[in-house]
Design a protein around this ligand. Structure first.
Ligand code: F6P
Length: 498
């Protein structure tokens, strides 16, 4: 196979999923893996021995191993921005210098947390974190997933520039007991800057004597934070080479580290590091991120699936689908190769999804009988998060297992087509032993590396995001006024603002 020769993959034509099971007793064992407290099962996808072999060849031709090592070594794999992508160094897996730098910045973060806990900031009961995109989705996921029982503070993560979001937090919090956390890699994002200014004003009006003294900045642009008015001692920097949607491991994870405690944050990093080592060392046919990416690519390239849908069968992971939307779509929603040529094939599937069992009663109709092929991913946790006497958790998991089985088997009803289920609909299942920081760290790192494998095999750069710039620029121009757009946009602006 020459470089990026997809012909063997495009020629794959596996039979019905049930047939694949009939043909191969060892299918479940061969397509299941256990890594870092997570059981992965791809047996209900159409991955076959031939498919895996064809993807392994493509991985070789596109130098996946070399590019993976280049990423871990801190080489400038983000070619369009001439930067490294060093999120793994944050968890101790990367170039020696970068790991040391990340460790020093973590120590600084930990010292600030110790100071807050020892009362150096006065009474702090509430954490008001403002950031957007990667500066909000990661910390929000962590706090929501792990902070239900153990959170030592009341945390609000406000991202939307709609003032309603900020006002909701103001209603809940006492300004005198609030720590304002401004999270922005660039420290220029208009939504975050406006939210931060409004929060500071609320603290001032609420009688906080030195509101700037209660502000912490999380950023890769410390000079800009200092210029904004944050004291240098309360700026927690992180490296420019950590991308926004890969940044929860850096100081962007501060609200989680503060609310859950340092030990929990360290466990999160350790779990991710365990997945890093697995990704780096395991052969591709038993490598979780690689197998997941092979299945992704089989469905997007061969079966022309336009979307994929993760469903978290655990209330604590309800924010996982929106976290994955940014990770997958901002990373791999690209149209050109790393050399800037048209990529010529579909790139990232559209990620959507939801929470089980709610989604079963809302969108699963389409999954079972609709005309779109949607690879589904189930994410469940063996250890229950609740303590209720009823059988909530058992029902939750049984529903998840039943949905995967039903999607696969279907049920023919020749007499009544409306009641017929075609089946042969793929799903993968991720079953966590427990939802703890270690396992969650490993889970998130798994998704990061899966995105990377997809990108390498598609020859695209997962680490830039120029697609978001044009809209930002035009919003700024519109806000300034005096600029004409198209007739429709001009009319809408005139209707809203006269
Ligand atoms: O607009 C997209 C984006 O740049 C994301 O990549 C990023 O996570 C988000 O905006 C927030 O950026 P910042 O952390 O610089 O405020």
């Amino acid at each position: 196979m020459s470089k990026a020769d997809w012909s063997a993959i495009e020629a794959l034509d596996p039979p019905h999923l049930e047939q694949l099971f009939k043909e191969d007793d060892g299918r479940v064992a061969r397509l299941s893996l256990d890594v870092a407290g997570i059981h992965f099962d791809w047996s209900k996808t159409h991955l076959t021995r031939d498919a895996i072999a064809a993807f392994e060849k493509l991985a070789k031709a596109t130098d996946l191993a070399g590019k993976r090592e280049a990423m871990f070594a801190g080489k400038h794999v983000n070619v369009t921005e001439d930067r490294a992508a060093e999120h793994t160094a944050e968890r101790g897996e990367g170039a020696e210098e970068s790991v040391a730098k990340a460790g020093a910045l973590h120590a600084r973060m930990r010292a600030l947390i110790d100071a807050i806990e020892s009362g150096a900031f006065g009474e702090v009961r509430h954490i008001l974190h403002t950031g957007i995109g990667g500066s909000a989705l990661g910390p929000h996921l962590l706090v929501d997933a792990l902070g239900r029982e153990d959170s030592r503070y009341d945390v609000a993560i406000v991202s939307n520039v709609d003032g309603v979001a900020m006002e909701d937090a103001f209603k809940r919090f006492d300004p005198k007991a609030t720590l304002l956390v401004i999270a922005s890699k660039t420290f220029t994002t208009t939504e975050t800057m406006l939210n931060a200014a409004s929060a500071l004003q609320w603290m001032t009006e609420g009688g906080v004597e030195d509101p700037y003294g209660k502000v912490v900045a999380l950023t890769a642009s410390p000079d800009k934070a200092i210029e904004w008015g944050v004291d240098e001692t309360r700026v927690l920097p992180f490296s420019e080479s950590v991308g926004g949607r890969y940044s929860l491991w850096s100081s962007i994870g501060f609200p989680a580290a503060l609310a859950l405690g340092w030990d929990a944050f360290q466990e999160l990093l350790d779990g991710a590091a365990e997945m890093d080592r697995h990704f780096r060392l395991a052969a591709l046919h038993e490598n979780a991120p690689a197998l997941a990416a092979f299945a992704d690519l089989f469905y997007t390239q061969v079966k022309h699936a336009e979307t994929r849908a993760p469903f978290a069968y655990d209330e604590r992971l309800r924010l996982l689908p929106s976290y994955l939307q940014q990770l997958e779509m901002e990373s791999n929603g690209k149209g050109v190769t790393v050399e800037g040529k048209p990529v010529g094939r579909p790139t990232a599937a559209i990620t959507w999804g939801g929470v089980g069992t709610d989604a079963q009663h809302a969108v699963f109709q389409l999954l079972h009988q609709g005309t779109h092929l949607v690879p589904v991913e189930f994410i469940g946790v063996i250890e229950a998060g609740d303590t209720l006497a009823g059988d909530h958790h058992r029902q939750l998991l049984m529903n998840m297992f039943a949905q995967g089985a039903a999607l696969m088997s279907g049920r023919a009803n020749d007499a009544d087509p409306a009641r017929s289920y075609p089946g042969d609909r793929p799903s993968s299942t991720l079953l966590l032993d427990a939802l703890d920081p270690h396992t969650l760290g490993a889970l998130i790192a798994f998704y990061e590396h899966r995105v990377f494998v997809n990108a390498v095999l598609l020859d695209i750069n997962p680490f830039d995001q120029f697609g978001v710039e044009l809209g930002k620029e035009m919003a700024k121009a519109a806000d300034k006024g005096g600029q004409s757009f198209d007739a429709s946009t001009d009319d809408l602006i005139a209707r809203a603002f006269g």
